[in-house]
Design a protein around this ligand. Structure first.
Ligand code: CP
Ligand code: NVA
Length: 302
């Protein structure tokens, strides 16, 4: 049975901790994992990327495999070849696919027609590889994940949706504050609440950033305008008050850490001084994309 990673909840709680611990060992150089020896992994990108593309290309190579970067616009998909045929063709060549695209349902469809693992490298709905690396970063910084409070402030986008589901699954508290009309997806909120019945996580959705960051151990933000939403620039006016700055952070826990998935638009979702103050954490997140994804691939491709 092939295993995909389309949603953070495609892993169970124990597997998430297993991946984090393995990623920490890979990072320290304690293990050299060659799970991808002789395997070719297609990296399909329909949107731009710096971190995700590089960390997967380097990660696949370090694990003995061949990464093949496939820019969406250079394929027949850009001329209308459907996912059903693309998936069946790719099954004949590739051992795995990493895909970044717009609609989440396209990735689900690709998974139905591709007979080996598919990894979600960001859709409009979710960004699970990011949150896996962020959980590693939190584990390294705070020494624990369960029971902490993560406050997400900004746009209720793919990253916010994934935080909610991750909290419900693993058992940490997540509070998401967005302006009215920019709340996270109802589907993600529902999944988070469902999962929290078992894990005991507290899930909160609010339009008040001060309420969200109260006693938070982690304050997290992301761009106000995500890829594919560039036409929505006027929404920046509505996001006033949702900037992560020193005033807002005065309501968080004394030892709060600030995280950002990058790229950042300094002066919008985060002030430059706060970004620089927490830049060690933020660039650790970027580095951990490499280690966490290698640990993930080791599990999926075994
Ligand atoms: N955080 C993240 O996914 O970055 P890229 O868009 O550069 O891949
Ligand atoms: N929400 C952002 C994340 C970028 C990594 C986007 O989708 O553009």
């Amino acid at each position: 049975m092939k295993r995909d990673f389309l949603n953070i909840s495609d892993l169970n709680r124990d597997e998430i901790f297993q991946i984090i611990e393995y990623a920490v060992k890979l990072k320290k150089g304690e293990i050299k994992d060659q799970t991808l020896k002789g395997k070719s992994i297609g990296l399909i990108f329909m949107k731009p990327s710096t971190r995700t593309r590089l960390s997967f290309e380097v990660g696949v190579y370090q694990m003995g495999g061949q990464p093949i970067y496939i820019q969406g616009s250079s394929t027949q998909m850009s001329r209308g070849e459907d996912i059903k045929d693309t998936g069946r063709v790719m099954s004949r060549y590739l051992d795995g696919i990493v895909i970044r695209t717009y609609s989440h349902s396209e990735v689900e469809e690709l998974s139905r027609y591709f007979d080996k693992p598919v990894i979600n490298a960001l859709t409009d709905y979710l960004h699970p590889c990011q949150i896996l690396a962020d959980l590693q970063t939190i584990y390294e910084r705070l020494g624990k994940i369960e029971g902490i409070k993560v406050a997400f402030v900004g746009d209720g986008n793919n990253v916010a949706n994934t935080w909610l589901i991750a909290g419900g699954l693993v058992g940490f508290n997540v509070s998401v504050a967005t302006p009215e009309g920019y709340e996270p997806s109802g589907k993600a909120v529902y999944e988070a609440f469902k999962l929290s019945e078992k894990s005991g996580a507290e899930i909160q959705i609010t339009n008040d950033p001060v309420e969200a960051v109260k006693e938070a151990d982690v304050v997290y933000t992301d761009v106000w305008v995500s890829m594919g939403q560039e036409g929505e620039k006027e929404k920046k006016e509505l996001f006033k008050g949702f900037t992560v700055n020193s005033d807002l952070l005065s309501h968080a826990s004394k030892n709060v850490i600030v995280m950002h998935c990058l790229p950042a638009h300094k002066g919008e979702e985060i002030t430059e001084d706060i970004f620089e103050k927490y830049s060690d954490v933020i660039f650790d997140e970027a580095e951990n994309r490499l280690h966490a994804q290698k640990a993930l691939m080791s599990l999926l491709f075994k």
